[in-house]
Design a protein around this ligand. Structure first.
Ligand SMILES: Nc1nc2c(ncn2[C@@H]2O[C@H](COP(=O)(O)OP(=O)(O)OP(=O)(O)O)[C@@H](O)[C@H]2O)c(=O)[nH]1
Ligand SMILES: [Mg+2]
Length: 433
């Protein structure tokens, strides 16, 4: 009963409905609707109508009020609208009410995002996470309209199921939720084992985070030459991709691309994607990629910080990376550099300042080159192991042997130098005991 396979696609004529209330100003509602339009297009919809209702409070039954619903229905009939997308989360009861009154498919912002995620998930884990979020969203809405059920559930039920059928559906969904949760748990365990192994090898992990469409995947490709898909559609990347990057003379690092963040990410999804974002919280360094040319830049930055906060990634060292500076004029660049003196200004698109960014990354990771002289005992097995590692990870400048002692002069990332020093100190303490 894979919901992600059966969710009907939004290849339809769509109407968007926003709400400006006492607490949400009209321009905010407009901006939010602009973004919703982008999401609707990403889901394959054709936006033919936008409507923003202003009222003091949200109407409990229909959000926008009975009169406005009638007006909306007439406009939808006129324009032959297939689906009405509400820019707010609808309760199961509201969804049912609106579908009955509008006599067409109604979805809310969360469902729209879930639909996009369902299309884009690539790995098994990603698909499971989306299915889980969809099922969790679906469960309380089962008792709502029959149309909602057959639409969302696809393979689950038919139009207007009777009460018995509803109960069976609920049971089946709960069983499925449990099964998926177990699968995800296993993937998580495997991932954390991989993480442990990586930590043992002391290869630092750098994650790219940022608002959807900021240019994370484009930068990832620049950094890794990996050729992952970059595209103008929102939410192209759902599953983290990790690649190894070698910095000449400064060791290696792992770079991870992540899912794009968005304002008011549906809560169901934040929870479902926690496993993916967990990796962010354990990274050695975060690059917060920001679209410098995006008018909503600051709101997007804040939205990203809020999600990072939610997944407990606030302590990870971060470099703010303003991308797409090729789209700014000289004055705008100068202004940006003045306001954010600690940030990197780059263009992942044309490659501007990528080398400088890599230098900074290496510096922040303690991978700046250190010149060290180390002395080893020729007879010691553990010393020989360390020596092998140095030959693997560092540039050996000289190697001399006398009286059973090996003196090696090498250049290596400072983080490796520090680890070897700590190790030597531990062994000494051990030997003395
Ligand atoms: N002009 C310009 N366009 C860029 C630059 N970097 C990325 N883009 C474009 O911005 C769009 C989004 O890029 P992606 O790399 O897919 O963005 P993303 O952050 O990975 O997006 P999601 O995975 O959907 O969250 C694409 O059309 C890119 O070609 C840049 O430096 N300059
Ligand atoms: Mg991407």
């Amino acid at each position: 009963m894979p919901v992600h396979d059966t969710t009907p696609r939004l290849t339809e004529r769509a109407a968007l409905v926003g709400l400006a209330t006492g607490s949400v100003r009209r321009d905010d509602a407009e901006r939010s609707l602009d973004e919703l339009a982008g999401l609707a297009r990403a889901a394959g919809g054709d936006v033919v109508l936008r409507l923003i209702q202003e009222r003091a409070r949200r109407d409990p039954a229909t959000c926008i009020g009975a009169g406005k619903v009638l007006e909306l229905k007439a406009a939808c009939d006129e324009l032959d609208v297939d689906v009405v997308v509400f820019d707010m989360e609808l309760s199961p009861a509201q969804l049912g009410q609106l579908e009955r009154r509008l006599e067409r498919k109604v979805i809310d912002r969360t469902q729209l995002i879930l639909d996009i995620f369902a299309r884009r998930a690539r790995t098994r884990e990603g698909k499971w996470q989306v299915e889980l979020a969809q099922l969790q969203y679906l469960l309380p809405r089962l008792a709502g309209s029959g149309a909602a059920l057959s639409r969302l559930g696809g393979g689950i039920g038919t139009r207007g199921p009777g009460e018995t059928k509803l109960e069976t559906d609920r049971r089946r969904i709960r069983t499925r939720i449990q099964a998926i949760a177990q699968e995800i748990d296993q993937v998580r365990r495997r991932r954390s084992q991989l993480r442990d192994r990586r930590q043992k090898h002391a290869v630092p992990v750098v994650v790219l985070v940022g608002y959807t469409n900021a240019g994370k995947t484009t930068l990832f490709n620049r950094l890794t030459n990996a050729g992952a898909v970059a595209s103008d559609a929102l939410f192209v990347t759902l599953d983290p991709l990790t690649r190894r990057v070698s910095l000449p003379g400064r060791g290696a690092l792992l770079v991870s691309d992540t899912v794009g963040f968005i304002d008011r990410l549906p809560h169901a999804l934040v929870a479902a994607f926690r496993a993916t974002l967990e990796e962010v919280a354990e990274a050695d360094l975060m690059l917060h990629v920001i679209d410098a040319a995006q008018p909503e830049r600051e709101r997007h930055e804040q939205a990203v910080r809020r999600v990072l906060d939610e997944v407990g990634a606030t302590d990870v060292p971060t470099i703010d990376v303003y991308n797409k500076i090729d789209l700014l004029d000289d004055d705008e660049r100068a202004q940006l550099a003045r306001v954010h003196p600690d940030a990197s200004l780059i263009s992942a698109g044309d490659g501007t300042a990528i080398e400088a960014l890599l230098q900074r990354v290496a510096g922040r990771l303690g991978q700046d080159a250190r010149h060290v002289v180390l002395v080893f005992d020729e007879a010691s097995a553990s010393d020989r192991r360390v020596l092998a590692e140095i030959y693997r990870e560092a540039t050996v400048l000289s190697h001399e042997v006398s009286d059973g002692r090996i003196v090696v002069e090498a250049e290596m990332p400072s983080r490796l130098a520090e680890r070897l020093t700590r190790q030597a100190a531990r062994e000494e303490a051990h030997g003395a005991a």
